[in-house]
Design a protein around this ligand. Structure first.
Ligand SMILES: Nc1ncnc2c1ncn2[C@@H]1O[C@H](COP(=O)(O)OP(=O)(O)OP(=O)(O)O)[C@@H](O)[C@H]1O
Ligand SMILES: [Mg+2]
Length: 357
């Protein structure tokens, strides 16, 4: 079991600061996902942890000891690359068993462990096939098998499921999670797919532009996004600005009450946010409990629910309601913003490098 600490980790390429002052502690046996849009610095971070590149400044510690300067092969960390790098003319079994051979494991033991792991990644009997004779998804699974078979202390996965079809992706997610838990491997997983991060990880670190924006358990990103950009990344584009006094926020569509036990203290300009599925249409004429008027801009019937675009003040909101609620385009309806689902985000929408929704 190994714990990994990243301390003030930064990496510059020429003028470009690809990773900025990253601080994170990953517990022994924990699985953390680095999530973020293309180019935000995920792979660069993994490469610094494995030792494939050196940090410009900062430190990487395994169990309290700095590993900067220690060669990759002596760190006990194994990386599965975004572009899987198999030895193309070697057969699958030799590819998978390569690390064990280097470690001096006896041949029959290598054969046994290779067979076992190929079974696990659902490639039984493919041991004799040359790597270049496999499909992209098969190669990806061989790369995964090759990393897992050595029982690494720290496993670094750079979008290892990117080339797989939807069903295989799900199977492989479960497989990675099961093996990682069983062996108590500390794992860091890179993805730009929020669903994958949420399903696999104990904790998620969301990065934009080389900077970690928020670290937390998966559901904290849905329920407690730190900023408007974080909320947008998790497909919550419903925002309503206002002036806060105590627990009341005065907005262009009326006063809205927040729960002081949930939201941080503060006053002045704030931005409220609520997830699309938490907004409730009010059908009984009630005006109690944060009811605001909205003009329907589009209605899409999705089978099990209705997807609405609704204008609230100057904002266009996405709202998901029961399929029984089918207002007309242009109609004014009343919507309740339940106090227990209202959250306040920091307004970073105009900051440098803001992501489009
Ligand atoms: N060797 C390099 N030389 C110069 N710039 C680099 C190098 N490697 C990465 N970069 C730049 O650093 C930034 C971060 O790259 P990185 O590969 O870490 O992104 P990523 O988050 O893994 O993206 P993706 O999801 O597309 O794989 C990018 O702007 C990239 O162009
Ligand atoms: Mg990458």
């Amino acid at each position: 079991m190994t714990n990994v600490v990243l301390k003030h980790l930064s990496r510059r390429f020429g003028d470009h600061l690809a990773v900025r002052d990253l601080n994170l502690e990953i517990a022994s046996g924990e699985m953390v996902a680095f999530l973020g849009p293309s180019g935000c610095g995920k792979t660069t971070t993994l490469r610094m942890i494995t030792g494939l590149i050196q940090p410009t400044s900062g430190d990487v510690l395994f169990d309290g000891e700095s590993v900067v300067g220690i060669p990759t092969e002596r760190r006990g960390a194994v990386m599965v690359f975004q572009k899987h790098l198999l030895f193309p003319t070697m057969n699958v079994a030799d590819n998978v068993g390569f690390g064990l051979k280097m470690a001096g494991v006896e041949k029959p033991e290598i054969a046994r462990r290779v067979d076992e792991i190929l079974e696990l990644v659902e490639l039984p009997g493919l041991g004799d096939r040359k790597a270049h004779e496999l499909s992209g998804g098969q190669q990806q699974r061989v790369a995964l098998a090759r990393a897992l078979v050595v029982h690494p202390q720290v496993l670094l996965l750079d979008e290892p499921l990117a080339n797989l079809d939807a069903n295989l992706r799900i199977t492989m997610r479960h497989l990675i999670r099961t093996i990682q838990r069983e062996l108590g491997i500390t794992a860091i997983f890179v993805t730009h797919d929020q669903e994958e991060a949420v399903m696999l990880a104990d904790r998620v670190a969301l990065m934009f532009d080389g900077v970690v924006q928020q670290v937390g358990e998966p559901n904290s990103f849905y329920k407690r996004p730190a900023t408007a950009r974080v909320a947008q990344f998790f497909r919550n584009s419903n925002f309503l600005p206002g002036q806060r006094t105590g627990n009341v926020v005065t907005t262009s569509v009326g006063d809205v009450e927040v729960d002081p036990d949930l939201v941080p203290e503060g006053s002045g300009h704030v931005v409220l946010t609520v997830r699309p599925e938490e907004v409730q249409p009010v059908l009984d004429g009630s005006t109690e409990g944060n009811v605001v008027p909205a003009t329907i801009e589009s209605v899409i019937y999705m089978g099990s629910y209705t997807q609405l675009e609704a204008r609230i003040g100057d904002e266009t909101w996405n709202v998901q309601t029961s399929a029984a609620f089918m207002p007309k385009d242009g109609e004014t309806v009343m919507l309740r913003l339940p106090r227990e689902h209202l959250w306040i985000v920091r307004d970073d929408s105009s900051e440098e490098g803001a992501v489009a929704s």
